[in-house]
Design a protein around this ligand. Structure first.
Ligand code: GLU
Length: 467
């Protein structure tokens, strides 16, 4: 069996969309699974719409997701001479012809066809025309087979058949001499010796035209796998309207690449009821034939659930590093504050995203400047003051030890004063973090250190006295 060669071929007209990322991932996984080659090709023949920034954004997204490519990135814009060469080959072989019909003529014919209830299709005027000169503007059209059908066995969708009479004589070169999209794709996929074309099913209609070109050029036809679309909750094709669709936006919202990869692989592909896949498991279990035929609905809740899973089980040091940009975006500097790893440890269990974690980490580095007054109002002012005093005394009297030891100190405070844990823990939590959403009290005190803890309790005392 020949070596598996697959490619991801984004058009650089925007960011890396989650749908594109999933197509890339399926290609990448299949290559890894079968020891094949994964190629990155930038389809930038549309010079008007392609930008350098978009190429950068796509590469950035791919790198962030950890999808390394074996060959490329190749740029279609570097291959214009090659495309021209093949257009000429088809012309020489009589498999393509020059078409001198003007836009006005074509428009009139199309209008007439519509009026008469016929399918608008090129009528073949120039198919047999001869004796024209190159000085007149012309396009090059592929001489498509007229009868019969073009069919292929899609690895996901099964057999797909198109009657040839429905397919136009495709323009392969425009009046300005530039090659057209479907033509470039075929030349590239053939010269890159792609064995399976995995792409979004919005390209299904291009496939028969491409197959006809392969055959005309004498190239082996690859296999095709068309991946169903990703939809929003309203079953319309996923777009910005539904929320973020850019891979990098997910990074910036605090998702981990492994969570997004895990989420994307399950969008359309399944392996029994399994939901969580490590990179290695994804690679070893992935098969393109297990991709479902129906479109999948993007579910942010599930992505959040997976992200929380990976944060909870993630390496603390790595998470600390990833958290830093989210903290600096909030103007938080960790210098001189508690150890970031210790902070992350207290938040890993609960945060669904790094953004949420950063939000919850702020109080460790910036002492509260105000308090959740509604939460404070649930307690008597005298009780609050007494709690501050008792906690201060207790924490000053003993070395801190570990979380369990600190929790024990708080229990002692309760026992000695006849208070319930809620009467002590909650006010202390408000004093230390400003609110009630913080981690366990022992964790906070240990992470802040006794000095900072006492300083914050003192501030709370002053706040209460001033009320
Ligand atoms: N450039 C096309 C796109 O971004 C992909 C073409 C293909 O995979 O054949 O939709």
């Amino acid at each position: 069996m020949s070596e598996l060669r697959v490619r991801f071929a984004p058009s650089p007209t925007g960011y890396l969309h989650v749908g594109g990322a999933r197509t890339a991932l399926f290609n990448w996984l299949l290559a890894k699974n079968r020891g094949g080659t994964f190629i990155l090709r930038i389809e930038d023949t549309d010079v008007e719409r392609s930008t350098k920034e978009s190429v950068e954004a796509i590469l950035e997204g791919m790198k962030w997701l950890g999808m390394d490519w074996d060959e490329g990135p190749f740029y279609q814009s570097d291959s214009f001479p090659l495309y021209k060469e093949y257009v000429q080959k088809l012309l020489d072989a009589g498999k393509a012809y020059k078409c001198y019909c003007t836009t006005d003529e074509l428009d009139a014919k199309r209008a007439l066809a519509m009026e008469e209830g016929r399918k608008p299709k090129y009528d073949g005027t120039c198919r047999e025309r001869s004796g024209q000169c190159d000085e007149q503007p012309y396009v090059v059209r592929f001489r498509a087979p007229q009868g019969g059908v073009t069919a292929f066995d899609d690895l996901i969708k099964g057999t797909i058949t198109f009657p040839n009479e429905e397919l136009d004589d495709l323009i392969i070169q425009r009046t300005d001499g530039t090659p057209t999209y479907n033509f470039c794709v075929v030349i590239d996929d053939a010269s890159m010796r792609i064995t399976i074309v995995i792409r979004g099913d919005d390209h299904v209609n291009n496939t028969p035209r491409q197959i006809q070109l392969y055959e005309a050029l004498g190239f082996p036809v690859p296999q095709f796998a068309h991946v169903p679309m990703i939809l929003g909750a309203d079953k319309a094709r996923l777009s910005k309207r539904h929320g973020a669709t850019s891979v990098i936006a997910y990074r910036d919202m605090g998702f981990l690449p492994e969570a997004l990869n895990n989420y994307l692989v399950r969008l359309g592909w399944s392996n029994g009821d399994d939901e969580i896949f490590s990179r290695e498991e994804m690679i070893s279990k992935f098969d393109i034939s297990n991709v479902g035929r129906s479109p999948s609905v993007f579910n942010t809740e599930k992505l959040l659930w997976l992200n929380a899973h990976y944060i909870k089980n993630g390496d603390t040091q790595r998470l600390a590093g990833l958290l830093l940009p989210h903290l600096s975006r909030r103007g938080v500097t960790t210098l001189g504050g508690p150890d970031l790893m210790a902070v992350v440890k207290t938040l890993q269990e609960r945060a669904q995203t790094l953004e949420e974690m950063a939000e919850r980490a702020v109080f460790y580095y910036n002492a509260p400047v105000s308090y959740d007054e509604a939460a404070l109002a649930k307690f008597d002012k005298e009780l609050l003051q007494a709690v501050c005093t008792a906690v201060t005394e207790k924490l000053s009297s003993a070395p801190l030890g570990d979380i369990a030891a600190i929790d024990a100190l708080f229990k002692e405070v309760c026992a000695e004063n006849g208070w319930k844990m809620g009467q002590v823990g909650q006010p202390t939590r408000i004093a230390l973090s400003g609110g009630t959403q913080a981690p366990g009290i022992g964790e906070i005190v240990l992470t802040l250190g006794v000095e900072e803890t006492l300083r914050r309790i003192q501030k709370m005392k002053e706040h209460l006295a001033a009320k």
